[in-house]
Design a protein around this ligand. Structure first.
Ligand code: SF4
Ligand code: SF4
Ligand code: SF4
Length: 340
């Protein structure tokens, strides 16, 4: 009962309005505490404080560059569990071109006023064209200009999705899309960047990262590719958590989808890049924990890694540069497991 007194009656009432009970909230705090490396009490206290109706909402700007809006859709469609939606409710999303009701001058005025005020978190979805600015224009100016102006006054930038984190699919197109970090470097703008890759972004990764920043005022520990280590760290090799792994070790590779005997075999020959990928997909799964690529007969395309998409193609055979690297590593015994 340590949480008694931490969660105010007003906050409990607002939970109730959104169909969240106290037990759900505490469960979420416990899971989050383990992930953030903080105590349960600390998370409960800080989260309850951040969610108090009277607490100041940190402003957030969401801009879209060369994007398909899939990351927005991924987030918008998974506003369950309700605790996540409550957290998103608590941020003051000043501008989001796909979700906002306002348009035209009204929307532009809000955007410009927020940029003028500064001090917001900039969430950026999509890549920035490097071949020609005309690949992305907005409201009479280049998209690059809008991005740079918004980035200059932001406290930090969250690069959402593979396109924004590393260039993703737009990098392989004539626009030669580049990442947020590259665009900032080209413009000589220094800002902390958090890459939350995958195509589309995983809603838990984004909500958890926003929550961390909201609660601690700091950016989370990042891995060598600038991604939150709590979701993408070196100890999160997808291959190690895959239920098909024993078949990889035994050299049993699926090559015929119609052969029932092969149904659970390793998907390496069908293009799986899991042995190179550090991410928690196999544990967290997708769609509120229902399933993920490898358990529904798909394969891992390394959509969260730098090099996606161009270095991972062809996607559905083992002929890519990445697949050749995996095979060489296997031959060199790098995936051997200690039997003792
Ligand atoms: S990362 Fe994928 S889903 Fe997100 S904007 Fe880029 S292509 Fe679309
Ligand atoms: S190669 Fe892919 S399917 Fe095979 S064990 Fe590794 S992650 Fe699983
Ligand atoms: S399993 Fe691989 S392809 Fe699927 S979401 Fe995770 S990183 Fe992306």
């Amino acid at each position: 009962m340590r949480e008694r007194g931490i969660i105010s009656k007003e906050l409990l009432d607002s939970f109730e309005l959104q169909g969240i009970n106290r037990r759900d909230f505490l469960k979420y705090c416990a899971a989050t505490a383990a992930l953030f490396g903080l105590s349960e009490l600390e998370v409960t206290t800080k989260l309850a404080y951040a969610l108090e109706p009277t607490s100041k909402k940190p402003p957030v700007l969401w801009l879209e560059g060369l994007a398909c809006a899939g990351c927005t859709i991924s987030l918008a469609q998974s506003l369950y569990p309700p605790v996540a939606s409550l957290i998103l409710d608590k941020i003051s999303l000043r501008s989001h071109w796909t979700l906002m009701a306002g348009a035209g001058e009204v929307a532009e005025d809000v955007l410009n006023a927020t940029i003028k005020q500064g001090g917001y978190i900039l969430i950026f979805e999509g890549a920035i064209p490097s071949a020609d600015d005309r690949f992305w224009t907005h409201a009479g100016a280049t998209g690059r200009h809008h991005f740079e102006e918004a980035a200059k006054k932001a406290t930090s930038v969250i690069a959402v999705g593979a396109c924004s984190a590393y260039g993703g699919i737009p990098r392989a197109t004539p626009s030669k899309g580049i990442s947020v970090s590259e665009a900032l470097k080209n413009a000589k703008i220094k800002k902390p960047v958090i890459n939350i890759s995958t195509c589309p972004v995983h809603p838990d990764h984004l909500v958890g990262t926003i929550l961390y920043v909201l609660m601690t005022g700091k950016i989370p520990e990042l891995d060598s590719n600038g991604r939150p280590a709590m979701y993408f760290g070196d100890n999160r090799l997808l291959h190690d958590n895959c239920r098909r792994r024993a078949h990889f070790d035994a050299g049993e590779f699926l090559n015929d989808w119609n052969d029932p005997k092969q149904k659970d075999w390793c998907l390496f020959q069908k293009g799986c890049k899991g042995p190179l990928v550090h991410i928690d997909c196999a544990i967290r799964r997708w769609n509120d924990g229902i399933n993920f690529c490898l358990d529904c007969g798909g394969l891992c395309q390394a959509c969260g890694d730098p090099g996606f998409y161009d270095k991972m193609t062809p996607l559905y055979t083992a002929e890519s540069e990445a697949s050749r690297r995996i095979w060489a590593m296997r031959e060199a015994g790098q995936f051997s497991r200690d039997e003792s």
